[in-house]
Ligand binder design. Sequence first.
Ligand code: G6Q
Length: 549
Amino acid sequence: MTALDQTAQWKALQAHWEEISDVHMRDLFGGDPERFEQMSLQTCGILLDYSKNRITRDSVRKLLDLANGADVVGWIRRMFSGDRLNNTEGRAVLHVALRNRSNQPIWVDGQDIMPAVNRILEKMESFTNAVRGGGWTGFTGKTITDVVNIGIGGSNLGPLMVVDALKPYCAEGPRSHFVSNVDPNHIEDTLKRLDPETSLFIVSSKTFTTQETLANAHAARNWLLQALGQETAVARHFVAVSTNAEAVQKFGINLDNMFEIWDWVGGRFSLWSAIGLPIALAIGMDKFYELLDGAHEMDRHFAETDQLSENMPVILALLGVWYVNFVGARTHAVLPYDQHLRYLPAYLQQADMESNGKRVTRHGYPVDYATGPVVWGAAGTDGQHAFYQLIHQGTQLVPCDFIAPVSSHSSLGDQHRILLANFIAQSEALMTGRPAEEARAELEASGLPPTAALDLLPHKVFPGNRPSNSILLDRLTPRRLGALIALYEHKIFVQGIIWRVNSFDQWGVELGKQLADVVLGELTGTIEPGDHDGSTRELVKYCRNHFRG
Ligand code: G6Q
């Protein structure tokens, strides 16, 4: 197989960037009145405007050649039909089955997995209805008022992000809390606000071996037992989401109260499974189904739009590849203009960086090209008053995704327009910039003495030509959010295909889990400090000598 960076499609893109790297987007817009029409897509209630990118129509054609050369359509088919795409763990990749609302069979090892998916959804539904309706009570007979999800990484970020995003739909549900960090302050601060008689804990861990989650779950269990006195209370206040029935039982959770997940659900793609139980409890099962419906709608768009120029996740993926591999960008900013999407950058950071932060191909050969960028961001407009300075005038090119709902759930519609105005104005300013003549005219008009104006001039110039996508949802509903998340999941998948990496394993995360176990033994004194480098050895020693429990 030809190395990726030796393929004709890759070389054509390299040469193409050489040709257009000096072209300013202002001129591209000036020369093409139809640029927006040509470079925007609409599907699933989402508008993607990608016209403010440093591309021409020819760039798009060449990027599509790259996608076709990588057989993106074939790989999409393989994912949806349950092939073991996660080759290093020998697993299928089927988060799309979790929201397969068509209920068409999906086969893994000759078995249709849809009945199992539906069975767990039904179990979630009856549990959710019981808790929200007061039929499921705590040990002392009181209604559940607070739900605490204990989990980390993929067993935390998705539910946390979605529950916050759908706050306007949470009014009738119990209050939600999320504990992830092994820092004891996280669980302690949360427990301080709770009443044991009315609290329900979801211990959410695919493996049920994760140190952080088990430590927090044991702390919560002890707190509950101290207050309620009896072991039997655990069954009314703890449920689990896991693949590991044995460990769940060992922890003391009744298997009737375990919600099963499967090894073909990757942690960072699992919010659609029982890992989404805190979401269902917060917004109700009907709205949870709407979230799945939205994701399924995007799945169908992705799987059925073989004309890749119309396929929104594919276009988003190709733009990312363009900046990382041909333009030289190293980061990608996610900038939601919606307070309820404040956790989206962190969520996408995990989804993207854990998936495509890889240095070898799926067959183990080192790559000769850059793969996943650093993904970061924060809710606008806070970011504008913090890090946008670098995006506007710094030395790094930072491609940005601006994301906003056109209409808000808030009754302060006028204030939402202010937010939208900022959303639109920022991408415009990044693109057009402010040339020296304009900056000079403004300084002259301000009445500054000419020499002072001249000194200030370089600081007032904005080069512009800084790229962004604008993504608009009509409103942040469960359905639209489902589609938005699925859009990014598929974008990440397509990029992994192009970069030839396995987007579905995470050996870097596994390493962290092993290392901490060794050092913990050394810190507690159960094992002698091992063969470490000078720094690590001294850090262990320092903590051992200074620890005051
Ligand atoms: C996600 C990763 C990782 C995982 C956590 C928690 O794709 O695999 O973030 O979700 O390490 O793992 P458990 O669910 O097994 O506790």
